[in-house]
Write a protein that binds this ligand. Structure first.
Ligand code: KIV
Ligand code: NA
Length: 266
């Protein structure tokens, strides 16, 4: 199978919905790859994999290690790696150096960064130099300390107008797709109608050109998830049951059984 390309994704505006999930490990990438168009190595790995309370302390080293694993585990999907907080905001040059390192060390096809108007110049700089960029507007978790929490954005008219302006600015700057996170539904719909690149929603709108979720949220690995997550499974409960079964088998010596042992023939 030939891997999908960034231009093929960009052409999906208004077409067949783009299917995207996060992935952080090679094996999960292998399992998700046949079903997805894009795999996102999200900086959500800070919480999901490393137990951090926000994404602010995620490093380029972490993104490179997990990005490389996901590229190795996938054949078909476009792999996108998140630029972590502090690796791109200072200048277009800083962003280029960080994004180039991510692409060289992982083999990913694109990067994603958070921000609107303030990042437009940087997005144009990267796009002009061969780095496809997905922008991320609305609820931008790296700004949690400034925003004061993870509540939905775009409730006030001022915030609505600000986010719409952000979306238009990053699309005009050359982002090939746009993640819209945690905004009022009508705003996400309006952004999708207003920009020429595909929009990918998470807590956004079914009108978006695609959807993304954090895979562990979608699988039901966490008890508490935001409203915008649908838990398609209850893996946490299944793992609990399975670990209990293992523990019992060890304690009552029913594991390892004959099938699990190297027994000499004579
Ligand atoms: O880090 C992440 O997983 C993300 C998605 C939720 C869009 O940015
Ligand atoms: Na992210």
């Amino acid at each position: 199978v030939r891997r999908l390309t960034v231009p093929a994704i960009a052409k999906r505006k208004g077409g067949e919905p783009i299917v995207m999930l996060t992935a952080y490990t090679a094996r999960m990438a292998q399992l998700l790859d046949p079903h997805c168009d894009m795999l996102l190595v999200g900086d959500s790995l800070g919480q999901v994999i490393y137990g951090l309370d926000t994404t602010v302390r995620v490093t380029l080293d972490m993104m490179c290690a997990h990005g490389a694993a996901v590229v190795r585990g996938s054949y078909r999907s476009v792999v996108v790696v998140d630029m972590p907080f502090g690796s791109y905001e200072a200048s277009p040059e800083q962003a280029f150096a960080s994004a180039a390192r991510v692409m060289k060390e992982t083999g990913c096809a694109a990067v994603k960064l958070e921000g609107g108007v303030a990042m437009a110049e940087t997005i144009a700089f990267l796009a002009a130099r061969g780095i496809p960029v997905i922008a991320h507007v609305g609820l931008t978790p790296q700004a949690v300390n400034a925003l004061g929490g993870y509540g939905a954005r775009g409730k006030s008219q001022a915030e609505h107008d600000k986010i719409l302006g952000d979306a238009k600015a990053v699309a005009d700057a050359g982002a090939f797709a746009l993640v819209i996170e945690g905004v009022m539904e009508p705003l996400a719909r309006k952004i999708t109608e207003s920009v020429s690149c595909p929009t990918i929603g998470i807590g956004a709108s079914p009108a978006c050109d695609g959807q993304v979720l954090v895979v562990d949220d979608m699988l039901g690995m966490f008890e508490r998830v935001p409203r915008f997550v649908k838990r398609f499974d209850d893996l946490a409960a299944r793992i609990d049951t399975t670990a209990k079964a293992y523990a019992e088998a060890v304690r009552d010596r029913s594991f390892p059984g004959p099938d699990n042992l190297y027994i000499p023939k004579d």
